[in-house]
Design a protein around this ligand. Structure first.
Ligand SMILES: [Zn+2]
Length: 87
């Protein structure tokens, strides 16, 4: 995990503002859903994207290392991996 060097205080209502530059880089827009994870002492925020990590598919998804991937993308990755093995 990489530090951004950004420190923000929690306000009276428990809110934290994500800096504009961070939202821009992470392609987060107003009203986008954010998923909250806990990893030991860390709170991890991730854009909530219920579909495949690589394409717009929302069905036939498999959870891999905490990320959703569709069967089409898995097949494309497997095919590319096999192709790379031949080099
Ligand atoms: Zn996909």
């Amino acid at each position: 995990m990489k530090s951004t060097g950004i420190v923000r205080r929690i306000d009276n209502l428990g809110r934290v503002v994500l800096p504009m530059e961070l939202r821009r880089v992470m392609k987060l827009e107003v009203k986008d859903p954010i998923e909250i994870f806990v990893d030991g002492e860390s709170i991890v925020l991730r854009a909530y994207r219920p579909g495949c990590e690589f394409c717009p598919a929302t069905s036939n998804l498999i959870d891999f290392e905490g990320r959703k991937v569709c069967m089409d993308c898995i097949e494309k990755m497997a095919s590319k991996a096999k192709g790379d093995e031949l080099k």
